[in-house]
Design a protein around this ligand. Structure first.
Ligand SMILES: CC(C)(COP(=O)(O)OP(=O)(O)OC[C@H]1O[C@@H](n2cnc3c(N)ncnc32)[C@H](O)[C@@H]1OP(=O)(O)O)[C@@H](O)C(=O)NCCC(=O)NCCS
Length: 188
């Protein structure tokens, strides 16, 4: 764990600028080799930390204004209080059945990988989604994102099928992972 203590907590309005920076920097770094270059270049040219921060600020305000929110936004901070990771979870309605917990974003600062931050965020999001009555946990990841897939598999995620995602007009293959209720929280 590198001797570093990580605290996971709910995002606050003042986190928005740091979340925008973290999201844009780590997204561009993580997916550079995983998506077509034209799609990557389009993101790099058009997507700013300020625009991303604006979206996070709106989400944080929305969560604060809702009695039973459908979103969970948590941050990891290091001992100095710097934001080093984020996770966005959603309670997703599924037909007539109970709502499912879904991870829509999980990003850890590049220089903080492999220190357990991602695991702490994933587990905290699973717990927070369960507290909102979501059943089970699932997510979709680019099939080309081998490091993230290794991470989800190390955390016990089961491959439940293929999917696709549209990135700037490119239909990219995704892999769906799922955890049954409690299987993530019960683990190490
Ligand atoms: C995927 C990600 C969230 C993992 O976070 P992390 O803090 O590095 O993960 P942890 O330290 O908790 O890793 C736990 C275990 O997962 C596995 N794992 C994590 N990263 C891995 C990698 N790059 N390659 C292989 N296995 C990996 C290992 O088993 C690891 O345990 P170990 O370090 O003791 O071997 C992080 O790498 C990240 O932010 N990547 C870029 C963004 C991204 O792709 N996000 C997911 C798509 S939305």
């Amino acid at each position: 764990m590198g001797g570093m203590r990580t605290v996971v907590r709910a995002a606050r309005p003042e986190d928005a600028p740091a979340l925008g920076l973290l999201m844009v920097e780590s997204w561009l770094a993580a997916h550079r080799e995983q998506i077509p270059d034209t799609a990557w270049q389009a993101r790099a040219a058009e997507w700013t930390p300020e625009a991303s921060a604006h979206g996070w600020a709106a989400l944080i305000a929305d969560i604060a204004a809702t009695d039973v929110p459908a979103d969970v936004l948590l941050v990891a901070e290091d001992d100095s209080g710097a934001v080093v990771g984020l996770v966005h979870g959603v309670v997703r309605g599924v037909g007539d059945g109970p709502p499912a917990g879904e991870i829509s974003s999980l990003y850890v600062a590049h220089d903080q990988h492999r220190r357990g931050v991602g695991t702490s965020l994933l587990k905290a999001a699973a717990q927070a989604l369960r507290d909102l009555d979501a059943v089970g946990l699932r997510l979709s990841v680019l099939t080309a994102n081998l490091p993230a897939r290794a991470f989800y598999e190390a955390r016990g995620g089961q491959q439940v099928g293929p999917g696709t995602t549209d990135e700037d007009g490119h239909l990219l293959p995704t892999t769906l992972y799922a955890w049954s209720d409690g299987s993530l929280l019960g683990g190490d």
